[in-house]
Design a protein around this ligand. Sequence first.
Ligand code: ZN
Length: 159
Amino acid sequence: MSKMPNHYDPVEGRAVELDDLPWVPFPEAFSDGGIRWKLLNVAPELGSWAAIFDCPAGSSFASHHHIGPGEYFLTKGRMEVRGGENDGGETVTAPAYGYEPCQAYHGRTFFPVASEFYMTFLGPLNMVDGENGQTLALVTWQAAQAVWEASLEQASTNA
Ligand code: ZN
């Protein structure tokens, strides 16, 4: 007899050794200053994705809303979140953990010194043209994966 229509098997565990993945440029449409990243996992069953970012001094991410919550671990450097502490937000120095709630607005996430952080995104990032501005792109787990895979192909073509 076949399985019940709504039967699901547990998903498999996954593990990634970071040195097995190359750093590739994060799209310049969403960042400035040479940020690179490694996509570590996508979990379609949660709508989540996890990545590590390498952020040179002076780099930044473009304005976005976190549609779902996210947790980060800043492993190196310093990160100005939600404008940084001089503009109503927070500035964290590594090692630092942070939780960003559903709908958190990040106008400009800035790295004054060379930094690195890991983040799990539960749900998409809505890249916007200002806090109440238009959506420029919706970065779902699927979009993140497509961008990552295209970057890997480009990296192997250039190698
Ligand atoms: Zn953010």
